[in-house]
Design a protein around this ligand. Structure first.
Ligand SMILES: [Zn+2]
Length: 353
């Protein structure tokens, strides 16, 4: 490798948009640099964070649903918040599109609709490459009208659920230890949503879906199966992680998995505690490559949405991850695939361009 911040990392999931929706951060602040959080443009350039999927997520109105203190215990099962109101979800989601567009206007990122555009922005390195993603389809009604409007506005990836239920599917709770086989599969409109995403070539994200939902998407979808930010259940038996059976299905479909940096989904003891070594990430990497092969694994940091290992800290710390992978035996060719090449491959296959 030529520099510690290369090759650029294109990443499966971040929640920077939520920080702007909450008013904690401005687009200009992201360009100039922030005092906290995981992502801003100067730190992205320092660490070689080339961009990724920028999630639009509507928080539940009630109290904080991901309670880190609870997730320090040896076992936990956080109750899921109730379904969101469609109208409120739609308002916040439209604001989320506005936030990503404002980040583009401010010069922080470029909204990408094709793999070629992502490649161009990664090569330039002056801004982050952003794919518009919705995490939890609450803003879409049963007639799927909004899906078309969102596609027109640049949406290219969609998760039918964040963990709470929607009219389309059910998600897994933050439960450890637990397998993901909790609750029922896709509803009829959920199945229609998958078909419509296929028709529009919007990538479908399996992360957060429960076991029955993943099986249903696998049976219906004509696209590669993708989990943007999930880990290996065999290493950390958290409900959010993927079992070997699910990994085999993803491999068969020629899809991929982005490794989630969230401490609770990495650590074998499931604790949301950032004090552990990057060797734990290498165990997930090995297991995912064993089941998926070298062409179907990438990154899915969950930056600005999770507590990431101390050894990474924020996107400026990504050179430490590259070093850990290198020391673990990842050669230059594999490094390119894991940092961005595999995402480009799967997106090209899913989007057709
Ligand atoms: Zn998530």
């Amino acid at each position: 490798m030529t520099a510690p911040n290369t090759p650029p990392i294109f990443d499966g999931h971040n929640d920077l948009v939520l920080r702007l929706l909450r008013g904690a951060v401005t687009p200009e602040g992201v360009v100039k640099g922030l005092d906290d959080g995981h992502i801003d443009l100067p730190r992205a350039q320092e660490g070689g964070f080339g961009g990724g999927f920028f999630a639009i997520f509507v928080p539940s109105p009630s109290e904080k649903s991901i309670r880190y203190e609870e997730m320090q215990k040896p076992q936990y099962d956080l109750p899921l918040p109730p379904m969101l109101d469609h109208g409120e979800a739609l308002t916040t989601t439209l604001d989320g599109f506005g936030v990503i567009e404002a980040l583009e206007d401010a010069g922080a990122l470029t909204i990408c609709r094709t793999a070629a555009e992502i490649e161009e922005v990664l090569a330039r390195g002056d801004r982050m490459a952003a794919v518009m993603h919705i995490e939890g389809a609450e803003a879409i009604g049963p007639d799927l009208k909004e899906l078309h409007e969102f596609h027109d506005r640049g949406l290219r990836s969609l998760g039918p659920v964040w963990s709470r239920p929607t009219i389309f599917a059910e998600g897994v709770p933050f439960r450890y230890p637990s397998d993901p086989d909790i609750g029922g599969g896709l509803t009829d409109v959920g199945k229609a949503l998958v078909k419509e995403c296929n028709a529009l070539k919007i990538m479908i994200d399996l992360s957060h879906l429960n076991g029955a939902g993943v099986d249903d998407v696998a049976a219906i979808s004509d696209a590669p199966l993708v989990a943007t930010h999930s880990n290996a259940w065999a290493v950390c038996p958290h409900a959010r992680n993927l079992t070997d059976r699910q990994l085999s299905m993803i491999a068969d479909s020629d899809g991929m998995v982005g490794i989630n940096f969230a401490s609770a989904f990495l650590r074998p003891d499931g604790k949301m505690d950032d004090d552990f070594g990057l060797d734990v990430m290498m165990r997930h990497l090995d297991h995912l490559i064993k089941f998926l092969g070298e062409d179907r694994v990438g990154m899915g940091s969950d930056f600005d949405g999770a507590l990431v290992p101390k050894g990474i800290k924020d996107c400026a710390g990504l050179p430490n991850l590259r070093t850990a992978m290198q020391e673990h035996g990842v050669d230059d060719a594999l490094m390119k695939k894991l940092t961005h090449g595999n995402w480009l491959r799967v997106l090209r296959k899913t989007w057709g361009q």
